[in-house]
Each structure stands twice: as C-alpha cells, then as structure tokens.
Design a binder for this molecule. Structure first.
Ligand SMILES: [Mg+2]
Length: 308
C-alpha cells in the first residue's frame, strides 16, 4: 500500500467527528473552530522506539500511550482536549502492527472524544509524534509559574506504580500484581476531569511524567519558590506497599516516571472537589526540602529521568 492508501485505510474517519472540525484529514490543512472567549492549548510529544518504549511492546499499548501522554499535558493546563495530529515514522508497512497501533490510538481518542485531524507517514526508525489541541476558557489555564507561598501541594491517585512496572520489565521479574503494574505503565489515564475541575482552584499544576521530585521542581523554578514535601504522605498503592519496602516505594514515588498524575498547588485549606492527597506546601526557601512529618530529613540521591 502507498502512503495515501495506508492513510485512507487506517486513519480516515476512525475517530468521532466533532462539530468544531470544519475540514479534517485529506486536504493540505485541517480547519477548526475555536469558541469565543477561549484559548487554544497546544502540546507535542515524540515517542521513539527503544528510548520511550520497547520495540517489542504491544502495538495497541504504544498507540494508546502515545496519545494519552499528550492528553495528560492538556489536563495539566486545565484544557479540554479536542483534536490531534499524528506524524508516524515506520521501518516498513507492517499492516498487523499498524492495525493494532491504530486500535490502541483510537480507543484512547474515542474515550476522550478527540478527533484525528491530520498527519504524516514516513519510512524510517519507528517513532511517533503527536500534537494535541484543547480549549481552555480565556485566562483560566493552569500554569507552572503561579504557585504562591503557603499553598498546599497535592497529587492525584497514587505514585510509583508505573515505575515499578518498568522495573519489572527491565529485570524480567514476575511478581504478584504484575498485571496491575504493567497496566499502569502501558495505559496511563490522563487526568482530564481533574484538570478541568481545578481551573479556578489550582494556582499551578504539572503532570508527572518524569518523577514527582523533578516535575515539582519545574513548578518551583518557574514560580521562584521552594517546597517542603513530607515523604510519608506520598500516596502509595496497596500493591506497591506490598511489593516493596517503604523506602523503595518512596524512592519510586519521588523519582520514578510515567505516573501521568497531576501535581498541583492551591491556597491552603481551599476545598478540592475530588479525592487527592496533600503532600506538602510551597515556601519562600528555594529548592525542594524532603522530610518526614516528624521533621526528620529524608536523604535521597537519585534524580528524575532526564532525556538528555
Ligand atoms: Mg507535561
């Protein structure tokens, strides 16, 4: 199949057709409508085989995750996802791989009601670039640079599970709860609904892709603030607690990647409209201060995942 046949077969009309798309796949550009009093949030991410995922990973999971991680960035800004484009580089036209990849990709797209509006297919080492778009009401986007001294710091759900999934794969382990951890690694769920609810509540937010400590430091750096984190408050799943010592679990929660949970700050004691965990507070002392609630210092030397 040539490029046009592949696009027609695998990509055209596979996602729901949104009313705000005037023209989708098939012309030089897509044409879309943006509601008045809204801003467009735009993000892009590239996943490269054997850097961001294993070449032998299930194509369905690769497809699902490559969109989910982009939607996670929109969630972190409080944006409602709308559309995406896909630039796919494939070593060969392996139709079975492509079919499974598309099933994963479109199951994520349809779950979050985003439409594929364009893209590009090329031959080369396997890599996937997605650009995702979303709406956010004017001036309500949640940025990284607005954390205030005295804010409480929160995270959604639990941390460290996906990182333990990666550890399982890298060391060829098969522990109890293996499927739980692998699912957390392969099928992250972007926190879209949380992000939208935080619009007028959170001062600053980020999605945790490279580990809580490293990602929180982006908020601190942009906001020119510091933070105290109480490591014994970090939310850990029962599965993680039962698989590791407390210290190992804390290390994964702080420095493991791939959680795609939200870390956000909000004025102390303001009501958060969903369950989440308060893990510390924003201070004027620059840097990240890790301690136990008892006041004892926590010593950790590992840094978050850095791409370069
Ligand atoms: Mg992000």
């Amino acid at each position: 199949m040539n490029e046009f046949a592949l696009i027609e077969n695998f990509f055209a009309n596979k996602t729901q057709q949104r009313k705000d798309v005037a023209l989708g796949i098939g012309d030089d550009c897509a044409l879309v409508e943006i509601p008045s009093q809204h801003q467009l949030a735009i993000t892009t991410d590239t996943l490269v085989a054997d850097v961001h995922f294993f070449k032998n990973a299930m194509a369905f999971d690769v497809g699902y995750k490559s969109l989910a991680v982009n939607l996670s960035d929109l969630a972190a800004m409080g944006a409602e996802p709308t559309w995406f484009t896909l630039a796919l580089t494939l070593p060969d036209a392996n139709e079975k791989w492509l079919d499974e990849f598309c099933q994963g990709l479109f199951s994520c797209a349809n779950k979050y009601q985003v439409q594929l509006i364009g893209g590009d297919l090329t031959r080369g080492p396997l890599s996937i670039t997605i650009e995702a778009f979303g709406f956010v009401p004017q001036n309500e986007a949640i940025r990284r640079d607005q954390a205030k001294t005295g804010d409480f710091i929160y995270v959604t759900n639990t941390l460290g599970d996906a990182a333990f999934g990666l550890h399982i794969l890298q060391n060829k382990l098969s522990p109890i709860h293996e499927n739980y951890f692998l699912k957390k690694l392969y099928r992250p769920e972007p926190c879209i609904a949380y992000g939208e609810k935080l619009r007028k509540i959170a001062h600053a937010a980020i999605d945790i892709s490279d580990g809580l400590a490293g990602d929180l430091e982006h908020i601190l750096g942009k906001s020119h603030k510091g933070a105290i984190i109480f490591v014994d408050k970090l939310p850990l799943s029962d599965e993680l607690r039962s698989s590791l010592s407390e210290n190992e679990a804390i290390e994964l929660a702080l420095h493991g990647g791939d959680d795609y949970e939200l870390c956000f700050t909000a004025e102390a004691n303001v009501k958060i409209p969903f369950d989440c965990t308060c893990i510390g507070k924003i201070t004027d002392n620059l840097g990240l201060d890790l301690q136990f609630t008892s006041g004892e210092k926590y010593n950790s030397t590992i840094k978050g995942y850095k791409h370069f």
